[in-house]
Design a binder for this molecule. Structure first.
Ligand code: GDP
Ligand code: IMO
Ligand code: MG
Length: 430
């Protein structure tokens, strides 16, 4: 068996959580391979709504094992808030959850560092979720990090204190007033106490060599689905740097984030919204800072699942989508939130860019350059409800034309179309 992958092709929030949940019954194992609680993956069914940050979105299916891979970074406080919410809903997520012992821990001081670095950037802020993502991955690569497997060491507290001292030195060098720091509205000391309580509770979870579990599962014929977080345009190498996250969000990240060989990557499913959104700062060529953008935001309820921030909205950017497809070797496309465009009589799709008067043939190095102008093709909207549609063949003609236009441009099939947030509002070909 090989690992199939579901990942975002835009700036995150494409609807990965919903689709992983829909696809989960077909897989034995669902595994997150990168990112941390900067992610917010929404799943809706039976009138209930859950937002997951660290736990894979397969958790609602009792028959699937969910793995938090070595490439993920974990804040134990946030992990247990998620676990507690699932328990309140009558589930026992610990039963089908495995945590990689090689996954790194987000310390409370990583979150302080995130805030200090962001604040020092003044006008050039990334718009980070302030969950400590950048500083934790920095420590991982600087070889200072603490891993989940370390929590049982007698010297764990000492490891923590040494790293905290280092962090405080950096924070002090920025002249920050540490006395005023809060985390999720808690004074630092309280958050730190909660963090240690959560570490104790973590010892009761199944902490394993996740890479061995995944490879053994494949060897024994069990199917594995890797769940991406963020999106390709936020990838640390290929996204709109420096306005990116700090991990490899592309398909290649699955190999290092789960410990699987490139030979063992199977089908890659790429998810995109029928339009574009972005939360946080950074270039966004097709952004609509006008009434149309507001209509997309209101209609699509485009407010961050993790931070509640309003998402910036704009038309679909096909050159960017094509670039993402190339980077990930996508086999099949999943288009989300078609219903959000129901009220529109006309739609626009970006098909190329012009830079300083010249047509660009390739995706630009710097999306933010002054003279970069998106060029649009206007299309007829479907301007009707999709409520009673049960198949892709049953969709209104203008929407079928929209789908065909995208398929022709990127030379890939759109095999799944999502027409609402609920699990059941998903149309799949064949
Ligand atoms: P993720 O981070 O990629 O998992 O996406 P998020 O959960 O952050 O954001 C996607 C949002 O769109 C969530 O609120 C979903 O409930 C919602 N959603 C997913 N698919 C659809 C859809 O087809 N139509 C509508 N209207 N909402 C959707
Ligand atoms: P999911 O998995 C959308 C954005 C932040 C910020 C930048 C860096 O739900 O799609 P970070 O906290 O990683 O240092 O922030 O990346 N960002 C996301 N945007 N969806 C996400 O995750 C995101 N995770 C990070 O807004 O611009
Ligand atoms: Mg999200």
């Amino acid at each position: 068996m090989k690992v199939d992958v579901i990942l975002g092709l835009q700036w995150g929030d494409e609807g990965k959580g919903k689709i992983v949940d829909v696809f989960s019954p077909r897989y034995d194992v669902i595994a997150r391979f990168q990112g941390g609680p900067n992610a917010g993956h929404t799943i809706e069914f039976d009138g209930k709504k859950f937002v997951l940050h660290t736990i894979p979105s397969g958790i609602f299916h009792k028959n699937s094992m969910n793995v938090i891979g070595n490439g993920v970074i974990i804040d134990p406080v946030i992990l247990f808030r998620e676990i507690d919410k699932l328990r309140e809903a009558g589930m026992n997520p610990a039963d089908n959850l495995l945590i990689a012992n090689r996954a790194h821990l987000i310390l409370p001081t990583h979150r302080l560092l995130d805030a200090v670095y962001e604040s020092a950037k003044k006008d050039a802020k990334i718009g980070s979720t302030l969950k400590g993502i950048g500083p934790t991955y920095t420590d991982k690569y600087a070889r200072n990090g603490i891993r989940v497997g370390n929590i049982c060491y007698p010297g764990f507290r000492k490891m923590y204190e040494s790293l905290k001292v280092l962090h405080m030195q950096i924070i002090n060098s920025y002249g920050s007033d540490t006395g005023s720091f809060t985390l999720d509205n808690l004074p630092f000391d309280e958050y730190e106490a909660l963090w240690f309580e959560s570490i104790e509770k973590m010892k009761e979870l199944k902490v394993v060599d996740a890479e061995v579990f995944i490879n053994k599962s494949l060897a024994e014929g069990r199917s594995v689905l890797a769940e991406g977080a963020q999106g390709t345009m936020l990838d640390v190498d290929f996204g709109s740097y420096p306005f990116v996250t700090s991990s490899s969000t592309v398909a290649a990240g699955v190999c290092t984030g789960l410990g699987v060989s490139p030979h063992n990557i199977g089908r890659v499913f790429g998810i995109f919204k029928a339009y574009c959104t972005r939360v946080g700062s950074g270039p966004f060529p097709t952004e609509l800072i006008n009434e149309t953008g507001n209509r997309l935001r209101e209609g699509g309820r485009e407010f961050g699942s993790t931070t509640g921030r309003p998402r910036r909205c704009g038309w679909l950017d096909l050159p960017a989508l094509k670039y993402s497809i190339m980077l990930n070797g996508v086999d099949s496309l999943i288009m989300m939130k078609a219903d959000v465009m129901n009220p529109f009589e006309k739609l626009s799709v970006c098909t190329s860019y012009r830079e300083s008067g010249k047509l660009l043939n390739s995706y630009p190095f710097e999306l933010s350059s002054e003279g970069l102008e998106p060029l649009y093709t206007e299309m007829e909207g479907w301007n009707t409800s999709l409520d009673a549609r049960n198949s892709i063949a049953d969709l209104p003609l203008p929407l079928k034309n929209y789908i065909k236009f995208i398929e022709d441009f990127v030379e890939l099939p759109i095999d799944t179309v999502s027409i609402g947030p609920d699990r059941l509002e998903t149309l799949q070909r064949g």
